[in-house]
Structure formats: C-alpha cells, structure tokens
Write a protein that binds this ligand. Structure first.
Ligand code: PBG
Length: 332
C-alpha cells in the first residue's frame, strides 16, 4: 500500500525523455559536427614521408606532397579546417627565428600550395618562435630571460609572411603581452585586414604538450615556460587575458589545454561574445589513445564523449588530433 502511494506521488520522471532514440534525439542539448573541428597537422621538408609520432600514435609528420594527399582525404570527409605546424631542421634554427619569415621557408611554400589546391579550406598557422628558435622558447632569450617587447616585431614579421602565404587565420601561441594588437596593426598596415586572429588567450604552462614537442623537436633547451604561459591554478587571470585580447582585436579566443580546463572554457564562454576555441592538446589525446590501445577503453565511445564534453562546456570550435577519426566515424 505504502509503495503504490509513493508511485502515484511521483509526477516528474526524467527517464521519460530518455526512453527511445527519437525522444533522446529531441532532448539532446549539444551537437558536434565536423564544422566545429580543426585538425592539427605537422609538416616537414622532404618527399614521400609519413612519419608517425611515437608519443601520439595515429598522428604523422608529413612531407608537403603527403600533406596535400592527407588534406584532400580530410576535405572528402567534410573536414575543412586545419592548423599547420612545421618541424624545422635544427640547422635552420637560430636565436631570432629568422627562418620563420625566410622567403625560401618550405612551410610558407606548402601553405601557398594548399590554398591553391583547396581555396575553400580554412588554413590556420601558429605564430610563435619555438619551432624556429635554437633556444626552444616562444620568445627572444637574453641572459636566460624571455624578452617580451623585442619578441613582438619578430611575431609581426612572421605574421605578415604567413598572411602573404595565404593563411586564413593566425594563432599567436606564445603568451607574450601585447602580441595580438601588435600583430593586428602589422597585418592591417600590410593590407591583410581579412586575416583573422585566433588568440591563444588562456594557454597554461602544461605538462600535456609533451607529444607535440616530440613531433617538432621543440622542447625548451633550458628552463620552462612558466614566465609566459599561465599558472594552471588560475582562472580569473584568464579573464584578464580575454579582455586584453578582445580589446587588441582578436577574432576568437582559445583555451589550452582543453579537458583539464573545462571550467575555464565555461568562464570565457559566459564572459565573451567572441567564438571560443578549445585546444584538446597532444598529451590529452595521447592519454586516451594509449588507454584504448591497451584495450582499457573503447575508442569509438570514449573519443566522441570527450569531444562532446568540450562542446558542452562552451567550446564553439575544437582543435583535436581526433578530428579525422571523428569525421570518419560520422561518415560510416
Ligand atoms: C607552440 C605550441 C605548443 C603547442 C601548440 N603551439 C607547445 C608549447 O607551447 O610548448 C602544443 C599543442 C599540443 O600539445 O598539442 N607555442
């Protein structure tokens, strides 16, 4: 008797909205399509090279010819936004990253080629010194310190060279103060007012960039990046960075890493009307890949659940090494 009374009192039953696939579809709050994804790609000089990154299985460094093939296969899956990173030979690196804007730079050449073959793709480039720096730091190093203001003209020169090569958006990733405004002015003065800035707004000094630095051989030769990248313990500071990047002309704001910073994504989303991007970084992808390769997790379920969590937190755009896997999964 007591039991049946309790049942009739229960007017609300949230499970009704989970009962069938069609109903779950209507009640679904968050969507993820390939339009939300940016695929990071590594490029090195040479021909016919596809070299897998040991600490990030399934992700390769491509020579320009192979890269074009990879982009074509992504475009056929509907995946059309890419961020490129160059793996530069040690002999071409120097303290002021001059190779980054050298007219013979293979990376700028390949960007031109990509935009010629696939003008409809969105091609993005990082702007930071580290892949080209013999110190392995994102800024100019003097007496062991990273010099902010003298780094800015180098970033400006790199930005204009990349805009000329045809990149649609540039992603300053070095966390130097004032770089978004400095780059915006330099781009505008050179006539590149249509080149967008995807600002790495809240980029943390994280342990999760390991496989990326393996891919580019770009780890700092000394010290760490704590004087320019943010302290993982801080969230209010992300709002200061967001305010400055917005005032300086950023077109989108990024949080990086992503999974370990879902609260920061949510905070920026509610504080800003600009699109918010989340960088699901190499170490975060590697963790999941390793668990799946061990048979501990099911990739086809854990991967989309991971990406939807970033959308749910407020990311409009997700940079992830799983972008192609997701596109393939959507197709099948
Ligand atoms: C370079 C840069 C890094 C990443 C993107 N741009 C590494 C770093 O800051 O040391 C990391 C991306 C990843 O781990 O996937 N400034």
């Amino acid at each position: 008797m007591i039991y049946s009374n309790a049942l009739s009192d229960m007017l609300r039953r949230p499970r009704r909205n989970r009962r069938t696939d069609a109903i779950r579809g209507m009640a679904n709050e968050t969507h993820l399509t390939v339009d939300h994804l940016i695929f990071p790609l590594f490029v090195l000089e040479g021909k016919g090279i596809r070299s897998e990154i040991k600490s990030l299985p399934g992700i390769f460094r491509f020579s320009p010819d192979e890269l074009l093939r990879e982009i074509e296969s992504c475009m056929n899956l509907g995946l059309r936004s890419f961020i490129l990173f160059p793996a530069v030979a040690e002999s071409l690196k120097d303290q002021t990253a001059t190779y980054s804007y050298h007219p013979e730079n293979f990376y700028l050449h390949v960007a031109r080629e990509i935009k010629k073959r696939f003008p409809e793709c969105c091609l993005i480039s990082d702007v930071a010194m580290d892949p080209y720096s013999s110190d392995g730091h994102d800024g100019l190093v003097r007496d062991g310190a990273i010099i902010n203001d003298e780094t800015l003209p180098i970033l400006a020169q790199m930005s204009v060279a990349q805009a000329e090569a045809g990149f649609d958006m540039l992603g300053p990733s070095d966390m130097m103060d004032g770089r978004v405004g400095f780059m915006r002015r330099a781009l505008d003065e050179a006539g590149h007012y249509n080149t967008g800035i995807l600002a790495y707004t809240a980029k943390y000094a994280s342990a999760f960039y390991g496989p990326f630095r393996d891919a580019l051989d770009s780890a700092p030769k000394h010290g760490d990046k704590k004087t320019y990248q943010m302290n993982p313990a801080n969230k209010r500071e992300a709002l200061i960075e967001a305010e400055l990047d917005t005032l300086e002309g950023a077109d989108m704001l990024m949080v990086k890493p992503a999974l370990h910073y879902l609260d920061v994504i949510q905070t920026l989303k509610s504080a800003s009307n600009l699109p918010i991007a989340a960088y699901h970084v190499s170490g975060e992808c590697a963790m999941l890949r390793a668990a799946c390769q061990n048979g501990w997790l099911d990739f086809n379920r854990a991967m989309p659940e991971t990406l939807i969590s970033l959308r749910r937190a407020g990311a409009d755009v997700i940079l992830t090494y799983f972008a192609k896997d997701y596109a393939e999964m959507q197709r099948s």
